[in-house]
Design a protein around this ligand. Structure first.
Ligand code: PLP
Length: 406
């Protein structure tokens, strides 16, 4: 099929965001819908309908601890969104400073290290709060650690770094053991430097081989003499309901106490009913894993359809490549330099909405204009196949257009 023939199909497919499909959301409807029918008292007799427990329901904190390999007193079980926790942690840093530190807002400049391509919403938080973003190349084993160590050691305005150790959005990158150890141990010019350890995809395997084995960043940093360095984030958004899961923050006790002081001003407590529902439904890390296998069974054919179609339509083209992630929610497609935006526009003209080219870079600027984020999770399998074909044909058309003017 040619690009023009594809266009005549008049499809309309949304591939913009990595949302779970309706079939994935249906996996939890029965369990979560019924689990509080008769009871709202927690294990310890807490009436979950009422105010209180600002760090979360005890059994929800224990469940988070089991999932993150931490202790319950190192865990906050919060609302529905880990992104909100990341945002608030940075805002608290700006307004109040980290424990023992001065408010970041008093500095002339605040900067964050940002592995690229990365998560657009991380970068949107930095942009909204006036934080300078320093792009860091990825190596296939996580961020380029020589660069990171040199920057962090020499620049005291660098207060944080975004990290997605398991199946990064959108590269699928898994941080190697050596990368993780170096991040835990490196010297930083800022004493109040924090790793924003966003482990959003730690449960989200697609393959049985090459699985990411999440490491305990809280213990590693403590062992390296930097106990307050990591702020670990995770959530059940893509385990149960993307808009109604439970988010977790894991960190040192001093950071958790700081969190309670700062967040206590904005809330009397989280939605414990939802936390109770989740603990009762999910029960244990082992049963969560079984649920994630059902997600994988729905997701894998979609990822395979994209990579198979790319191989068919784009195989052998020079400077064109794509990732084959072992987990997470995204595939990255790389065009020859200067053609990603044009490809996304051509795809839009053919009825396929993609994440804007450049979105995975600070301020939306991909200097090489090569990267495209493909989000296969949401549409039905037939539509994913069609969309992959349309995107691949759009890229071929962009390459042909350029060749014709040369
Ligand atoms: N972090 C990453 C890397 C993500 O890709 C996403 C959602 O796509 C989130 C966080 C959002 O998580 P939550 O729903 O817990 O706010």
């Amino acid at each position: 099929m040619t690009y023009d023939e594809f266009k005549r199909l008049k499809v309309s497919i949304d591939m913009t965001r990595g949302k779970p499909s309706a079939a994935q959301l249906d996996l939890c409807v029965d369990g979560l819908g019924n689990s509080l029918k008769d009871e709202y008292l927690s294990r310890d007799g807490i009436d979950c309908r009422n105010y209180g427990h600002p760090l979360g329901l005890p059994e929800a904190r224990e469940f988070g601890a089991e999932l993150l390999g931490a202790r319950a007193d190192q865990i906050v079980a919060a609302g529905n969104a880990s992104l909100e926790l990341m945002h608030d942690a940075i805002v608290f840093g700006m307004l109040h400073g980290m424990p023992g530190g001065t408010p970041w807002r008093l500095n002339e400049e605040i900067a964050f290290l940002c592995p690229v391509p990365g998560y657009d919403r991380h970068f949107a938080i930095c942009a909204a709060l006036g934080i300078r973003m320093i792009p860091v190349p990825l190596t296939g084993e996580g961020p380029d650690m020589d660069f990171v160590e040199a920057q962090a050691a020499s620049n005291p305005s660098i207060k944080g770094m975004w990290c997605m150790p398991s199946y990064s959005n959108p590269s699928g990158e898994v941080y190697s053991t050596s990368t993780v150890h170096r991040l835990a141990a490196m010297q930083t010019a800022a004493p109040d430097f924090r790793l924003f350890w966003d482990d959003a995809y730690r449960f989200h395997h697609l393959a049985t081989e090459g699985r990411a084995v999440p490491m305990n960043m809280i213990d590693l940093c403590a062992g390296a003499g930097h106990p307050d360095r990591p702020l670990v984030f995770a959530s059940l958004s893509k385990v149960t309901f993307a808009g109604a899961g439970v988010a977790f923050l894991g960190s040192s006790q001093s950071n958790i106490a700081w969190w309670q002081r700062c967040s206590g001003v904005r809330t009397i407590g989280p939605d414990k009913m939802n936390q109770l529902r989740h603990v009762r439904f999910l029960r244990s890390a082992a049963s969560l894993e079984r649920l994630m296998d059902l997600h994988a069974a729905l997701l894998c054919p979609k990822f395979d359809a994209v990579t198979a179609t790319f191989a068919e339509v784009l195989g052998g083209l020079s400077n064109v490549s794509w990732t084959k992630p072992a987990g997470g929610y995204f595939i990255s497609l790389y065009s020859p330099q200067g053609l990603a935006k044009r490809t996304v526009n051509l795809a839009a003209e053919a009825g396929i909405a993609m994440t804007p080219a450049g979105a995975a870079f600070p301020l939306g600027v991909d200097a090489e204009d090569r990267h495209m984020r493909i989000a296969p999770s949401f549409p039905k399998l037939e539509d994913v196949k069609l969309a992959a074909q349309g995107i691949a044909l759009s890229l071929r058309r962009a390459i042909d257009e350029r060749a014709s003017v040369m």
